[in-house]
Design a protein around this ligand. Structure first.
Ligand code: IMP
Length: 444
């Protein structure tokens, strides 16, 4: 293992690989936490999902919105990687690349040759399928994520490597395009306006723009580890959206939990040293599913406005509520979390009392593990423990607190953190009290 000095959390690193995953429903503020750790690593890697994700980074007051490119991009001399487990819309990737190069950011990027490509027909299909599902739909981001992963599972997908070989690309594309058109017309009875050749030529050109970044992610990462380089794996979405361990079918189509890194980047499970779960101090969710600790209209509106809970990718207002420890215990277990980073705790300031959902109740029965049954989950009621709140603090207050460190936090905020630690049995390592890089407090 490499052990470079001067890192964000003090002395020498005792790890070589670190994962940062969303412990809730996505939008936990992973981008900021990844950014916090990214300055000390050699690689930042994404391994699942696509441009359904959205991170906002604020560096020295400048706002950056990322959908595909990993958060480490803003540091110089860092290699950023898009793993094979991702589904990539090349149109989005190229325009995101341009937005960085236009602002003078140099890209040191590797895109997996095995990642799958999202086409316009995937995007159209995404909306049609989700609408057809009605109440059983996830309220997808309409970015074509599910249909693209479905083609991958069907072994009909087109991968990045295929985009670089015109004959193979044409052979695969023709088959896939015709099948999709048939599906639209015969199954969905929809007339769609997609020009087969135009899309082919456009995607071929996009492939040519990506070409110099394409390579074998598993080979490079494993060689890097052998050379003692440090790697940060950046999860997208959150644990409850994992297709196996989330609230199926209200999930995304990839494995968002820590295990997803093994399949999505070609790195063995024995190579992961630490897994940090990012937890928002309250709850937010875009899209549909039961959400036992969702606040009432007034509470949700308060959290949404104060926390600016609107989707980075879709702009959709997020549903908001209170922290759910049943769900967090599940996240600790399925990810093997080694510590937590709590974000947006400043948003809870000014409330008289703060509810913490410690269990669910179904009739007279207490439920402390996430049920697999959607029917049971729909009927679960939250069991709340209330703790007294703390005063609303300004940015200036927090700047002072950040300088003094953890002990300077309001006493009830520290109690809130302690209750979470005690209930889920994982230490809280970091708290974030504002969007800026500097508004972060390390807990020893
Ligand atoms: P899809 O990933 O677009 O198929 O959407 C499936 C579900 O995951 C929907 O409920 C989305 O709102 C949700 N989702 C997907 N990506 C994110 C994300 O990055 N943050 C929060 N929710 C997400």
């Amino acid at each position: 293992m490499s052990a470079k000095g001067g890192c964000a959390w003090g002395a020498k690193k005792s790890w070589q690989t670190l994962m940062i995953v969303g412990a809730q429903w996505g939008d936990e503020g992973k981008g900021k936490i990844v950014d916090y750790f990214a300055k000390d690593v050699d690689y930042v890697v994404r391994y699942q999902g696509g441009n359904n994700a959205g991170h906002t980074l604020v560096v020295d007051g400048e706002v950056y919105k990322l959908h595909l490119i990993p958060s480490g991009v803003l540091y110089k001399n860092k290699r950023i990687v898009l793993g094979n487990g991702m589904v990539i819309d090349p149109e989005v990737l190229v325009s995101e690349m341009d937005s960085f190069t236009d602002r003078g950011v140099k890209l040191n990027m590797l895109v997996s040759d095995r990642a799958h490509i999202i086409f316009p027909f995937h995007i159209l299909m995404d909306g049609m399928i989700d609408e057809y599902k009605g109440k059983l739909g996830a309220g997808t981001t309409r970015r074509g994520i599910g249909p693209c992963y479905a083609d991958k599972a069907e072994r009909f997908g087109i991968r990045v490597v295929d985009l670089l070989n015109k004959e193979i690309f044409r052979e695969k594309y023709n088959k896939l395009f015709d099948l999709k058109m048939n599906t639209f017309q015969r199954l969905y009875r929809q007339k769609v306006d997609l020009n087969k050749n135009e899309i082919f030529n456009h995607y071929w050109k996009l492939g040519q723009k990506l070409k110099k970044y394409v390579g074998d992610v598993s080979v490079e990462l494993n060689e890097a580890m052998d050379q003692g380089k440090t790697i940060l794996f950046e999860g997208a979405q959150g644990t409850m959206l994992d297709n196996d361990h989330g609230v199926y079918p209200h999930t995304t189509s990839s494995n968002t939990i820590a295990g997803g890194v093994c399949t999505g980047a070609g790195v063995g499970p024995t190579k992961i040293d630490r897994v940090i779960g990012v937890v928002k101090a309250y709850l937010s969710r875009v899209g549909s599913s039961p959400l036992p600790s969702e606040g009432n209209e007034k509470e949700a509106a308060h959290l949404r406005e104060k926390g600016q809970e609107f989707g980075t990718t879709t702009g959709r207002p997020r549903r908001c509520g209170w922290i759910d420890l049943v769900q967090l215990r599940h996240a600790v277990r399925v990810n093997g979390l080694t510590s937590l980073a709590i974000t947006k705790i400043d948003v809870l300031g000014g409330l008289k009392k703060i509810p913490i959902c410690v269990n669910y109740k179904l009739g007279n029965k207490i439920i402390s593990n996430m049920p697999a049954s959607l029917d049971i989950f729909r009927k679960c009621q939250p069991v709340y423990k209330y703790i007294p709140g703390w005063q609303d603090l300004t940015e200036a207050d927090f700047t002072l607190i950040v300088k003094k460190g953890y002990n300077a936090l309001p006493i009830n905020m520290k109690k809130y953190i302690k209750i979470i630690e005690k209930e889920i049995k994982v230490p809280v390592e970091l708290i974030s009290v504002g969007p800026d890089r500097k508004a972060t407090i390390k807990i020893k």
